[in-house]
Design a protein around this ligand. Structure first.
Ligand code: GLU
Length: 433
């Protein structure tokens, strides 16, 4: 196939607005515009790729345990499906906004393209406070939300998966609601399911495993031995806690961890298994024996080799970028670094391994789960992990090539790779009608 996107001969960083942009969707567009500029994309193609294909807002009336009905708001956004069905998680969080879901859907488009799996980008969310809801309230809300988005999801259309405060149980309820409504089994409608109903071995740890694998490769390039390297992790949920465990298995030293209530630090190392057990009992890592207290802000700027923001968007901004002391920032969260902060970190020689590559292990194994479901196959953990490592290594190498070719930092390299692939698919398909 002819190459339809030509690299620019004289790369120019587009100018970013002088006031720091914190809206996640605007940030996603700024990142896109930069890649589009390098690729010299046609203006109309840029318009197509920088806007979501479809946005659905639904109201989710949910009966609470006290008999009252709360009407919650939910979204499903499909950003781009040129390379395959939409793919992306569902988030339950009080701070969900439409612009956040639009940004997350766009990042899914670029993420599936970076790891080169034949899927597009989508995302969903419900504005709610899952920590204050009972299991039965969560089930009723999830099923009602699922029923509202049924018209636009499906194994060949758009495949939700887990994200913040959703898990295998959430996916099971969505799969069941979908199957009841369409009247037949449809295991491939969601990923991240429990193993008993078609979930994949390795999905639970996939994001963290892929992240550690990419960090290991980046450490080789930067000549930092991972063994003994100090790692600070902000966010101790599914991804952060698993990353801490896997880093420790590789003999890296976890020097600080934090959750929403605060953090703990011990320069001699924190045992992630003990931290997890402590958190399961007390709801936070704060107060665990053998470590002193540290705030989330101080954790981000502490001296360490590898900093892993594994919580929410917009934590590395102009306010703290010049104080970050890590040598590598590995974005386990989606969108933790603003474009201005990116510039500062690049100038200071800090490598930012971008979310769309370094946390793509989750969606990669989600893709494996969908493939197994569609074909009625069951792969074992060894096979899943071997395929995951191969996919992540290849994507990392391809990102490095793009960085060298265009003389840009890692995020720009990954975006150029991803946007180029989606642009090519969009152009070769042509415009309907
Ligand atoms: N929430 C995951 C992410 O941000 C993707 C979920 C999925 O597997 O679809 O990459």
């Amino acid at each position: 196939m002819a190459t339809v996107v030509k690299p620019a001969t004289a790369p120019m960083m587009p100018r970013i607005a002088p006031r720091e942009e914190l809206n996640p969707f605007r940030i996603a567009q700024i990142q896109f515009d930069m890649a589009a500029e390098f690729l010299k994309l046609d203006p109309s193609l840029r318009q197509i790729l920088r806007t979501p294909k479809r946005v659905l807002e639904v109201s989710v009336p949910t009966k609470m345990d006290n008999g009252q009905v709360k009407v919650l708001t939910g979204y499903r956004v499909q950003h781009n499906v040129a390379r395959g069905p939409g793919k992306g998680g569902i988030r339950f969080h009080p701070n969900v906004t439409l612009d956040e879901v639009k940004a997350l859907a766009a990042w899914m488009t670029w993420k599936t393209a970076v790891v080169n799996v034949p899927l597009g980008g989508a995302k969903g969310g419900v504005i709610c406070d899952p920590k204050r809801m009972s299991k039965s309230e969560l089930e009723r809300m999830t099923r009602r939300y699922a029923s509202e988005i049924v018209p636009i999801i499906g194994p060949d259309q758009d495949i939700p998966g887990p994200d913040m405060y959703t898990d295998a149980q959430t996916m099971a309820w969505i799969m069941d609601t979908y199957a009841m409504m369409v009247g037949h089994a449809a295991h491939g409608v969601v990923t991240g399911k429990p193993l008993s109903i078609g979930g994949s071995a390795g999905r639970q740890d996939a994001t963290a495993r892929g992240l550690v694998h990419v960090v290991e490769e980046a450490c080789k390039v930067k000549k930092i031995p991972l063994r003994g390297a100090s790692v600070a992790i902000q966010g101790f949920g599914n991804v952060g806690a698993a990353a801490a465990r896997i880093f420790a298995e590789k003999k890296a030293k976890i020097v600080a961890i934090a959750d929403t209530r605060g953090g703990v630090i011990n320069p001699r190392g924190i045992d992630p298994i003990k931290a997890l057990r402590y958190k399961e009992r007390s709801g936070t890592v704060v107060g665990m024996p053998g470590a002193s207290r540290i705030s989330n802000d101080d954790l981000l700027t502490m001296k360490c080799d590898i900093l892993v923001p594994a919580a929410v968007e917009g934590v590395i901004t102009l306010h703290n970028a010049d104080q970050i002391k890590a040598r590598i920032v590995a974005e386990a969260a989606n969108g933790p670094t603003t474009p201005h902060a990116d510039e500062v970190l690049a100038r200071r020689g800090i490598t930012v391994l971008p979310d769309i590559l370094v946390n793509a292990g989750g969606v990669t194994v989600s893709y494996f789960e969908w493939v197994q479901n569609q074909q009625g196959l069951v792969w074992d953990l060894e096979e899943v992990n071997a395929r995951l490592n191969r996919t992540m290594s290849r994507a990392f190498q391809e990102m490095l090539e793009a960085m060298r070719k265009h003389h840009v930092p890692a995020r720009a390299g990954a975006m150029i790779l991803a946007v180029g692939r989606v642009a090519e698919a969009t152009l070769v398909r042509g415009l309907f009608p």
